[in-house]
Design a protein around this ligand. Structure first.
Ligand code: HEM
Length: 374
């Protein structure tokens, strides 16, 4: 695409890695990087060898979250929290998501322009997840700051915001124990596994995970879809002519842009991958962003093709940790893109601002995406 001349999305690098070094150790010999679709999928699904298990530390409640568990603990936690994400529960959020979308675009319309990220694709998922958790939306700015810091590359910011979030959520959890409400935090404090309540760290870890997993990712999915549509006039024309093509365009955004570029595992048992010896205790970076452009699986992977069918992208992971919020992310982005195209069919990127990425290896996140609405 026209804006990617400087390799903002490092598709060329991924290609070289897939061809020359599909499984390669980092310079400090601690981390392996895996680039081919087949290997990425194997790392996601083979949890006996590639473990999600964290090293529990009071500094990082995320280590206690579902994301960092292997079976059987993972199965128990997943069963518990999936009740909040059934298709029926998600579908029932439609009017709420539509109302938030409409109100954000009403505000933007008054100005005639917006930063697609700050004014649209970020506040939408933050508001939805805050409502699900039952926390006040007044803290929206703070949530954004926290989730940016958690996926960024700066360790000090990461731990500082973990401390702030832990404090914030433990006060709320304590409040819900005394005054139960109709929200997810109340469900978490009341839940039992084998007759035990979840620990404070598990509750806080899950809240933090939802805030980050639910925000940063969906923000980048929506803004990337907007960028893709803006860059390809024929895609825009097709979507305007037939809105039922929007879900296909969103799946292709998951694949082409890969809002989450990589995930992590650690090696639980010595193993060999493409002739490379991975040792117990080492870490691996699973590059879904590269797998999603693997020419062995996707025909003409460099094309943003909204008709791709099937589209077995790994943008939402695979196996037992497959994204719990996938249907919510799909619904939010469908409503966002549908409403945007309906109201501002000719929206366009303000090309006087150069696109830059946030300081994050893990996410494909733009700092800003200025849009002229009419
Ligand atoms: C564009 C949107 C999204 C993307 C690209 C995305 C991506 C992912 C990926 C790749 C995983 C697998 C992690 C692994 O295997 O280690 C995952 C897991 C997860 N996601 Fe999402 N996600 C998105 C939206 C959401 C939303 C909206 C929520 C909730 C509100 C959510 C909640 C979760 C949770 C709780 C897990 C952990 C599941 C488990 O460990 O069993 N995600 N997500």
């Amino acid at each position: 695409m026209e804006w990617n001349k400087n390799g903002l999305l490092p598709l060329e690098w991924f290609k070289q890695m897939r061809v020359n070094s599909p499984v390669i150790e980092s310079e400090n010999n601690l981390v392996w990087n895996v680039f081919k679709y087949e290997d990425v999928k194997a790392a996601f699904t083979n949890y006996d060898i590639f473990s999600s298990q964290g090293s529990p530390s009071s500094e990082d409640p995320l280590e206690f979250s579902i994301l960092r568990q292997d079976p059987p603990k993972h199965r128990q936690l997943r069963k518990l929290v999936s009740q909040a994400f059934t298709p029926r529960v998600i579908e029932s959020l439609t009017p709420k998501i539509q109302a938030i979308t409409t109100s954000l675009l009403d505000e933007a319309e008054k100005k005639g322009h917006m930063d697609a990220i700050a004014d649209f694709s970020s506040p939408l998922p933050i508001t939805v997840i805050a409502e699900m958790l039952g926390v006040s939306i007044e803290h929206r700015e703070k949530f954004k700051e926290w989730s940016d810091a958690l996926v960024g590359d700066h360790a000090e910011n990461f731990y500082q915001c973990q401390r702030e979030m832990s404090e914030y959520f433990s006060v709320i959890a304590e409040d819900r124990r005394r005054h139960p409400q109709e929200d997810l935090i109340t469900k978490l404090v009341q839940a039992r596994i084998d007759n035990d309540h979840l620990s404070d760290m598990e509750i806080i870890g899950f809240c933090i995970l939802l805030l980050v997993a639910g925000n940063e990712t969906t923000t980048n999915l929506i803004s990337s879809a907007m960028l893709g549509i803006d860059s390809l006039p024929e895609v825009r024309a097709q979507l305007l002519a037939d809105r039922t093509l929007i879900p296909g365009a969103i799946e292709e955004t998951f694949r082409y842009f890969s809002p989450v570029q990589l995930m992590f595992r650690h090696v639980k048992e010595d193993t060999v991958l493409r002739g490379q010896e991975l040792k117990k205790g080492q870490f691996i970076h699973i590059w879904m962003a590269s797998a999603n452009h693997d020419e062995d699986v996707f025909e003409r992977p460099e094309e943003f093709n909204i008709h791709r069918n099937p589209n077995p992208h790994l943008g939402l992971g695979s196996g037992i940790h497959f994204c719990l919020g996938s249907q919510l992310a799909r619904l939010e982005s469908k409503i966002a893109i549908e409403t945007l195209l309906e109201r501002f069919p000719n929206y366009r990127r303000d090309r006087s601002t150069e696109l830059t990425r946030m300081d994050s290896t893990m996410m494909f996140a733009l700092k800003e995406l200025p849009i002229i609405l009419k």
